[in-house]
Design a protein around this ligand. Structure first.
Ligand code: NAP
Length: 243
């Protein structure tokens, strides 16, 4: 078993995931850069390798069960454990429409990537994470998943025209985070939900105030929490968010 820490970041060929891979590798961690597309994944890993970082591409389409199995087998065969899982891959599908108009198909597509795939991938990797002395699972949520903030009077988050399916997928992810953390509370594994901030990426758009360097910080902090750090929380920039 490798003595170095091993991390997997899903959806790491660009955006917050790519920068998270960079910042974790800069801490001396071996990073598996998960990406569904060979070309995009290889190019991204190559870029970080050229910076002298210990990063390798791992093909992983999170919505594909066979791809999940292959990734889990690769990690088991090569490293025999996984220290850090960053469930970063995510989509915000469809137009911003009132809740009464969003289609079930849009909801299903969103939940497929942001929730169902994440649950099955986490379950498949959990036996490897249990082999780590300090397992850390970070689920990329969003402040948009906060029921408290969506339901606050006049909150812009709860505006009638919103990507409601996306908000709901992150709220459900928060619930998965709490329950998995509770289940694992007597183990060294910590499970937390991260809001990266509003970040300039293909998803966040040009108007976002934060760059990816800032956007990756919460994931990296939760991935490298000390033994007495929190579990079952929902955080942005070191602060707990209201559920
Ligand atoms: P992004 O730039 O759109 O990147 C999303 C990443 O997820 C891409 O690498 C994409 O790969 C990957 N992905 C999507 N579906 C996938 C699949 N089936 N299998 C594997 N990879 C897949 O988004 P981002 O802004 O960096 O967001 C990263 C995470 O932060 C997401 O979970 C998002 O919900 C969350 N978040 C972002 C913001 C923000 O302001 N940006 C705010 C709150 C939360 P391809 O290149 O192949 O499509």
């Amino acid at each position: 078993m490798s003595s170095k820490k091993i991390a997997l970041v899903t959806g790491a060929n660009k955006g917050i995931g790519f920068e998270t891979a960079r910042q974790l590798a800069a801490k001396g961690i071996t990073v598996l850069l998960g990406a569904r597309d060979d070309k995009r994944g290889l190019e991204a890993a190559e870029k970080l390798k050229k910076e002298g970082l210990d990063v390798q591409f791992l093909k992983l389409d999170v919505t594909d069960a066979a791809s999940q199995d292959n990734a889990a087998k690769f990690i088991a065969d090569k490293f025999g454990k996984l220290d850090i899982l960053i469930n970063n891959a995510g989509v915000a599908r469809g137009p911003q429409v009132p809740a009464s108009q969003g289609t079930a198909e849009q909801w299903r597509e969103t939940f497929e990537t942001n929730l169902f795939s994440l649950i099955s991938l986490t379950q498949k990797l959990l036996p490897l994470i249990k082999k780590s002395d300090d397992g850390r699972i970070v689920n990329l949520s969003s402040i948009l998943g906060s029921l408290t903030l969506n339901s606050a009077p006049d909150s812009p988050l709860g505006a009638p025209s919103a990507t409601t399916a996306y908000h709901a997928s992150k709220a459900a992810l928060n619930m998965f985070t709490v329950h998995l953390a509770n289940e694992l509370k007597d183990t060294p594994i910590k499970v937390n939900a991260a809001h990266p901030g509003w970040v300039k990426t293909d998803m966040g758009g040009e108007a976002a105030p934060l760059g990816v360097e800032e956007g990756a910080k919460t994931s990296v902090w939760l991935a490298t929490l000390p033994k007495d750090g929190p579990t079952g929380g929902y955080f942005h920039d070191g602060e707990a968010l209201p559920w």
